[in-house]
Design a protein around this ligand. Structure first.
Ligand code: 4NP
Length: 147
């Protein structure tokens, strides 16, 4: 799961997918990263932690890190939140196999629409809740299709 800062959207997606994978007894390796390294080492934004907690998901232990070329080798699927993340991640791809792993996450719900998960960083609790709902829907679909 990749966004810009790895403190709002991708930790929510990471925590939601881990929650659902555990529910289904799936042995998946799930992680998140940011295309911008400025928040490296930080826990998720307190508003993201609170939003997830309200939905029964703990993300307080996650730690932000930058996306790395190595992630293309470690993971089969790389879900990005918006078109800017998509461009930044694709720039780091070594070949077509790497590129094929990258997908805008909301395309699992609305194929081909390239709908962005809006950045709630400059928003309020309602914006975080809206993001949670979108990511919850997408992660449920990921569980159903890849399981
Ligand atoms: P995220 O949100 O990409 O969903 O983690 C942001 C976090 C930090 C910044 C921008 C977006 N920032 O500019 O520091």
């Amino acid at each position: 799961m990749v966004c810009l800062g790895n403190i709002c959207r991708s930790p929510l997606a990471d925590g939601i997918l881990r929650f659902k994978a555990k529910r289904e007894n799936l042995d998946w390796v799930i992680d998140s990263a940011g295309t911008y390294s400025g928040h490296q080492g930080e826990n998720p934004d307190p508003r993201a932690i609170k939003c997830a907690k309200n939905h029964g998901v703990d993300i307080s232990y996650l730690v932000a890190r930058p996306f790395s070329k190595n992630d293309f080798d470690e993971f089969d699927k790389i879900y990005v939140m918006d078109s800017s993340n998509y461009r930044d991640v694709l720039k780091m791809a070594a070949d077509e196999t790497d590129k094929e792993k990258v997908e805008m996450i909301m395309n699992v719900v609305s194929p081909g629409k390239n709908q962005a998960v809006p950045d709630p960083y400059w928003g309020d609790d309602e914006d975080f809740d809206e993001v949670f709902k979108m990511l919850d829907m997408a992660c449920e679909r990921i569980i159903q299709t890849l399981n």
